[in-house]
Design a binder for this molecule. Structure first.
Ligand SMILES: NC(=O)c1ccc[n+]([C@@H]2O[C@H](COP(=O)([O-])OP(=O)(O)OC[C@H]3O[C@@H](n4cnc5c(N)ncnc54)[C@H](OP(=O)(O)O)[C@@H]3O)[C@@H](O)[C@H]2O)c1
Length: 211
């Protein structure tokens, strides 16, 4: 599959490394040209000059840019994302602790590009685990939310290929919960000085694919 990764920071680099090992055809782009160039060389990815160039031939696009710019990145790409699987990995830097959230970043992005196939995935895993999803002898869970089943299936297959146990968590609105899960995991690292290496995992019995 042709995959574009936009952003080459912690998440972009981690996913470029793990996806790069699977044999998928990866293109990276970033405002950080030197980091993108170095990463492309390291993982054997193509280097695109712009986000538009990166997504042009891609079937699946991973948004690994900062939360503060993701909406403008998606808005600028607009119809270039039509029909493509677009994976939102972003999280809010601060949570909404006042009552239930009635939307998510992923749903807001879907509203900007209604003809793209938005999927929320990988946001609950730290970059350390995106690069190496094996933890405590188990595959970390990759929770995948989306309204387009084929798009979700492709992301689940990608998650499995890089070593996660993929779990379909339902419609894109479940991204609200996934963003909350990411926040509590982040806050635990800070509260207890954990080393940002832990991962979400629902332990059995959960069916035939428990490991
Ligand atoms: N870090 C984690 O463990 C983790 C885990 C799960 C989810 N997330 C979420 O994933 C998102 C990315 O996090 P991160 O830690 O990877 O951030 P990061 O390390 O700051 O990396 C962001 C990357 O995006 C680039 N960028 C900025 N604006 C861009 C644009 N308009 N077009 C293309 N590239 C652009 C940055 O380049 P410059 O250096 O030039 O700014 C940098 O390479 C955030 O929403 C975060 O909440 C992070």
């Amino acid at each position: 599959m042709k995959i574009a990764i936009l952003g080459t920071g912690s998440v972009g680099a981690a996913l470029a490394r793990s996806i790069g090992r699977t044999g998928h055809d990866v293109t990276v782009s970033s405002t950080n040209r030197s980091a993108a160039q170095e990463l492309a060389g390291e993982v054997g990815a193509r280097l695109a000059g712009t986000n538009t160039e990166a997504v042009a031939g891609a079937e699946l696009v991973i948004l690994a840019v900062p939360t503060g710019v993701v909406a403008s990145v998606v808005g600028e790409l607009g119809h270039a994302l039509d029909g493509k699987v677009v994976v939102d990995v972003t999280n809010r830097p601060t949570p909404d602790l006042e009552g239930g959230r009635t939307t998510s970043i992923a749903e807001e992005l879907q509203a900007l590009v209604p003809d793209a196939r938005l999927v929320k995935a990988f946001n609950t895993a730290f970059a350390s685990r995106q690069q190496d999803p094996r933890v405590a002898g188990m595959r970390a869970d990759a929770y995948v939310a989306g309204d387009d089943q084929d798009a979700k299936d492709r992301v689940m297959a990608l998650a499995a290929a890089i070593g996660f146990r993929p779990i379909d968590v339902g419609p894109l609105a479940q991204a609200r919960t996934l963003e909350g899960m990411a926040w509590i995991h982040i806050s635990l690292q800070m509260r207890h000085q954990w080393p940002w290496q832990s991962a979400w995992k629902i332990v059995g019995p959960t069916g035939p694919d428990e490991g």
